[in-house]
Ligand binder design. Structure first.
Ligand code: SF4
Length: 202
């Protein structure tokens, strides 16, 4: 497949498949982050799972492998999912606010997020999940409200205009820094698992 350069005025709604969107994203040069990273980390998982997890951006290990949540935070995420009987590759699809690694794992700048978000928006449209889990404040602030605080919003179901149920919770990396956050995240993922079972009629 030919990679089509994604320009500012490119209409991503014309892109009808996840594979095609990925091909285009891998060729993206829309912001300065691409110049310093190794891989564009598009996202992965089960496209039909109905449950999408969205984090902040790739770290060093993710950049090296081209896979989301591949480092220590990813291992912890796998454990959290496993504790509520969910498997990341079977029951979820995982992506990030930005698809290229910010140098030094800094938070993506607003302009970088603004340029990258059209990829994620189209990804969400194509995946059409019933549930989205926002992992951490960067995902919450870029997808819900720039002023939102993860400490206040986590553990509550929000509703998108298109009917998607959205749960913000802490990013696994925050749990590595502060193990006191493990309990609330465990409680949040129990609610997420219950809702997941409901939508899948189990
Ligand atoms: S971070 Fe997003 S917008 Fe920037 S170059 Fe990578 S894919 Fe493109």
């Amino acid at each position: 497949m030919n990679r089509v350069p994604y320009t500012e005025d490119h209409d991503l709604s014309q892109i009808k498949s996840l594979d095609e969107l990925k091909e285009m994203a891998l060729a993206c040069r829309r912001c300065n982050l691409r110049a310093e990273c190794t891989n564009v980390v598009f996202g992965e998982g089960n496209p039909t799972a109905g449950l999408m997890l969205i984090g902040e951006g790739p770290g060093a290990e993710e950049d090296r492998l081209g896979k989301p949540f591949a480092g220590k935070a990813g291992q912890l995420l796998d454990q959290i999912l496993g504790a509520v009987d969910l498997d990341r590759y079977e029951h979820t699809y995982i992506a990030n606010v930005v698809k290229c690694r910010p140098p030094g794992n800094r938070v993506p700048r607003p302009e970088e997020a603004r340029r990258c978000l059209p990829w994620l928006y189209r990804q969400i449209e194509l995946l059409s999940p019933a549930l989205i889990v926002l992992l951490g404040s960067t995902a919450l602030q870029n997808l819900v409200d720039p002023q939102a605080r993860i400490t206040k919003m986590r553990g509550q179901w929000l509703h998108s205009k298109s009917g998607i149920k959205i749960m913000p919770t802490y990013h696994p990396a925050a749990l590595l820094r502060d193990p006191g956050k493990k309990r609330p995240v465990w409680e949040d993922f129990q609610m997420i698992r219950d809702e997941y079972l409901k939508i899948n009629n189990r």
